[in-house]
Design a protein around this ligand. Structure first.
Ligand SMILES: C[S@@+](CC[C@H](N)C(=O)[O-])C[C@H]1O[C@@H](n2cnc3c(N)ncnc32)[C@H](O)[C@@H]1O
Length: 199
């Protein structure tokens, strides 16, 4: 039970996947305010868990920002509800390959767990791997995000919790995080109503 055995369960492909889309094509979401939030909360973190990675933009940012850290990402690589439209048709069927292609140079420091968020966190826990920080950026509908937030807290009570899209769903995502934080006696801090973290 270790990061090593987790990585054996989710190995990198033997060869770099083919380049499916041009580098200029849509490649992820990392708002400046979210990047600022991550730079702040990630200090001193050796193991970072990202829920929802798409093509790995934030995972690569985290590796660059925190050279000593390992990043575990969890994604089912089917896209969220808002990604099911034609705009993402070229990417969605190849999400894992595109993520692995674009994150290839970081493979010693990144573990790509292909799973639903809750099931993936259970696998990480079963390997006795304890993240220092969990970045929640999978489904943004408040119900799914609340499930991710509560499971993250239940499974990894010592991890710092943060996420993206505070203002999503007409602000109801942020309201949900504020409510859950208050229930836990914690405070939800937002940066520009975009990135958020609990203290
Ligand atoms: C907003 S994108 C993540 C953006 C990413 N953090 C970045 O750096 O660009 C949301 C991702 O969450 C994934 N996702 C949504 N719901 C999920 C779930 N229940 N389990 C696993 N992955 C999920 C989608 O496949 C999608 O790739």
């Amino acid at each position: 039970m270790s990061l090593e055995t987790l990585r054996q369960q989710f190995p990198w492909p033997d060869e770099r996947p083919p380049k499916r889309i041009e580098d200029k094509d849509h490649h992820g979401w990392l708002h400046d305010n979210t990047a600022a939030m991550l730079r702040k909360v990630g200090v001193g973190c050796g193991l970072i868990l990202e829920l929802g990675t798409w093509t790995g933009k934030t995972a690569r940012f985290l590796c660059d920002a925190f050279p000593g850290a390992h990043v575990i990402t969890i994604d089912h690589y089917r896209g969220s509800l808002e990604h099911q439209g034609a705009h993402h048709d070229a990417i969605r069927p190849h999400l894992y390959d595109i993520c692995a292609y674009r994150t290839w140079a970081y493979q010693e420091r990144v573990t790509l767990v292909k799973a639903d968020t809750v099931a993936g966190m259970a696998v990480v826990l079963s390997e006795a791997v304890e993240p220092d920080l969990i970045y929640i950026d999978a489904s943004h509908d408040p119900r799914s995000c609340e499930e991710d937030l509560r499971c993250a807290h239940d499974m990894f009570p010592n991890a710092k919790l943060c996420g993206d899209d505070y203002s999503s769903h007409k602000g109801t995502l942020g309201q949900m995080v504020e409510r859950v934080a208050a229930e836990w006696g914690m405070t939800c801090n937002d940066i520009g109503k975009q990135g958020w973290y609990l203290t």
